[in-house]
Design a protein around this ligand. Structure first.
Ligand code: ATP
Length: 321
C-alpha cells in the first residue's frame, strides 16, 4: 500500500483534473510517486481517468468520510462512540472481530473494503465514495443466547435514520435487509463474540448503497438499489444519524429485548401478510404467508402445516410474485 493513495484521492474527490506535476508539488514528492499512488488506487478497483497533458481525474466528484463531520452529526451522543475511519481494510467486521480488546461502541468505517462480507461467506459489493460501509462493536452484559432479535433492532435504527432525511419508503426484510421499491438498499451482518451465558459482544456490520454506478448495481445477483435514486444524502450526516439511532435502539434492546421495538419493526415490514418462500439450508423451500414476528424476532409463517417459526441463522426469505 502506498500511503499517498488516499491523500491523492482526497484531492481528486472534487471530480476535476489535477496534473501529476501539480500533485507532486502539492505533496512534495516526485511524479513517479504520484503515479504509484494512482496505480494502487486502480488496483483497489477505483476508476481514475489519466489524460496526457491534463492529469488525473475521478469519473465523478465524490464525498468522502470525514471523522469530524460524522461526530458532529451524531450530536450529543458523540461521547459514546470511538470512531475510526480507515482508508482501506479487508472487511470492517473482520477488523473488529479480530480486535478483541476494542472498546464498547467502537465504530470503524472504511473508504474501501477489499473483501466486504455478507452472510454465509457471501460478498458485499461496495465502491469508494459510492457506498457507506462500517461496523459497530457493542458489548452486552447478557450472553449471546439472549441476542436474538438484535439484527431486527439494527434495521429499525437504519429506518429511523433514513426517515430523518425524509426517505420514508424504506422497508425491512426479515431478518436484516433494508429495501426500497422491493430492492436491496442496505445489508446488515452481525457476528457475535463471547459465551452463550455472557458477557457477549456483537460486531454489527452495515453496508448502504449511496450512489453505485448502474453496471455495478446490475452485477449484483439480486435486485439492488442505491440511495441516490431516492435522495442524495451526505454520507457523514447519514452515518452520524445512524449511530445516534443505534445508541438509542441498542440501549433499549439491552433493557427490554426486541419486544419493545416489535410494533415499530412491523410497521416497516415489507412482507407482512404477504406470500413468501423460505429457502432452507438443505436446499428445500417452504411456502406460506408471513404473520409477523415473535417477541424474540423469530419469523412466523402460516404454511400448509400450520403456523411455523423460523429463526434467522441459515434461512433466506424470498417474496412470491
Ligand atoms: P438472503 O436473503 O439470501 O439471506 P441476504 O440478502 O440476507 O440474502 P446477505 O448475506 O445479507 O444476504 O448479503 C449478501 C448478498 O447481498 C449477496 O449475496 C448479494 O446477493 C447481495 N449484495 C451484495 N452486495 C450488495 C449491494 N451492494 N447491494 C445490494 N445487495 C448486495
Amino acid at each position: 500500500m502506498t500511503t499517498l493513495t488516499f491523500p491523492v484521492l482526497q484531492v481528486l474527490a472534487d471530480g476535476k483534473f489535477h496534473s501529476g506535476e501539480a500533485l507532486a508539488q502539492h505533496f512534495k514528492v516526485t511524479r513517479a510517486t504520484i503515479w504509484n499512488a494512482v496505480q494502487h488506487a486502480e488496483n483497489l478497483g477505483i476508476e481514475i481517468f489519466s489524460v496526457r497533458g491534463r492529469g488525473y481525474k475521478l469519473p465523478l466528484a465524490i464525498n468522502l468520510l470525514d471523522k469530524n463531520a460524522v461526530l458532529k452529526a451524531i450530536g450529543e451522543q458523540r461521547a459514546w462512540f470511538a470512531l475510526e475511519v480507515l482508508d482501506e481494510v479487508d472487511s470492517t467486521n473482520t477488523y473488529l472481530m479480530q480486535n478483541k480488546h476494542a472498546a464498547h461502541a467502537t465504530c470503524v468505517a472504511a473508504h474501501v473494503q477489499t473483501n466486504g462480507k455478507g452472510r454465509r461467506g457471501r460478498t458485499w459489493v461496495s465502491q469508494l465514495g459510492a457506498s457507506l460501509t462500517f461496523s459497530l462493536l457493542w458489548r452486552f452484559q447478557c450472553g449471546a443466547a439472549a441476542l436474538s432479535g438484535l439484527s431486527l433492532c439494527v434495521g429499525v435504527a437504519l429506518i429511523r435514520a433514513l426517515r430523518d432525511f425524509d426517505v420514508n419508503t424504506a422497508q425491512l426484510k426479515w431478518p436484516n435487509d433494508v429495501l426500497v421499491e422491493g430492492k436491496k438498499l442496505a445489508g446488515i451482518l452481525i457476528e457475535l463474540q463471547g459465551d452463550l451465558e455472557g458477557p457477549s459482544a456483537a460486531v454489527i456490520g452495515v453496508g448502504i448503497n449511496l450512489n453505485l454506478p448502474k453496471n455495478v448495481l446490475e452485477s449484483i445477483d439480486q435486485p439492488a438499489i442505491d440511495l441516490a435514486s431516492v435522495k442524495v444524502i451526505d454520507q457523514n450526516a447519514l452515518l452520524g444519524a445512524i449511530l445516534k439511532h443505534m445508541a438509542d435502539v441498542l440501549s433499549g434492546f439491552e433493557t427490554n429485548g426486541f419486544v419493545g421495538l416489535r410494533d415499530e419493526w412491523l410497521r416497516y415490514h415489507a412482507y407482512e401478510n404477504k406470500p413468501v418462500r423460505m429457502l432452507l439450508p438443505n436446499g428445500t423451500d417452504v411456502q406460506g404467508v408471513v404473520k409477523g414476528v415473535a417477541e424474540d424476532g423469530i419469523l412466523l409463517v402460516e404454511t400448509a402445516l400450520g403456523l411455523q417459526r423460523f429463526s434467522a441463522g441459515e434461512i433466506s426469505l424470498r417474496g412470491v410474485e
